[in-house]
Write a protein that binds this ligand. Sequence first.
Ligand code: AP5
Ligand code: MG
Length: 210
Amino acid sequence: MNIILLGAPGAGKGTQAEKICERLSIPTISTGNIIREALKSGTEMGLKAKSFMDAGQLVPDEVVIGIIKERLANDDCKNGFILDGFPRTIPQAEALDNMGVVIDKVIDIEVPDERIIGRMSGRRVCESCGASYHLEYKKPEVDGVCNACAGALVQRKDDHPDTVKARLDVYHKETEPLKEYYAKQNKLAIVEGQEEIADTTALVFAQLEA
Ligand code: AP5
Ligand code: MG
């Protein structure tokens, strides 16, 4: 199954992608994670993306489309995949269609803006493996330490409230029109994402089985 997860920053795309990945054994492709990895390794693409990402702006379409083209060609995508954070603009969605990639379902996780700011300020991510936690809603076993690899948990630079506001503006302007794009293709399913993580997961699975 080829799945797209849509939603505002902090809606829970990464959190739900992890659950789908466990259940269906298909890889998650997160453009945000790929760009953060590139930045950490100091590649040219990472350096180019840095200023956009730090400011809460989108990285140029041609850069992320290139990343996705390369990643989807990997063998592990043959039985399906979850796209987390791509597409984020109409040209990115058109590029995906033009690659001949057939999407089965687009799940849009809806969370009101006012809930997002609180979630983001509590998020902590592992410096080494990128795993995501929350100070209140998804605590690590040991404070400040990743369950998976014992790496240090830090706050993402773009999770500071001013940058989150910029990311929300970009989301409403550039990404939200994708709901209509996929509704027209009869692929859109909307789930409420403001309750507990497990509640959203149940709604997501119900949509995948529908
Ligand atoms: P990216 O890393 O994709 O960030 P984002 O979309 O802004 O989304 P987040 O990762 O912040 O949120 P999420 O929905 O995954 O939420 P999570 O599950 O972590 O992109 C970062 C940047 O990269 C962009 O700004 C852009 O610059 C660039 N970029 C990436 N893709 C691009 C593209 N296609 N085009 C152009 N530029 C691109 O949850 C958030 C927190 O809330 C966590 O702490 C979690 O534990 C907690 N939480 C989750 N669900 C719940 C719940 N139900 N209740 C309580 N807490 C919850
Ligand atoms: Mg994410």
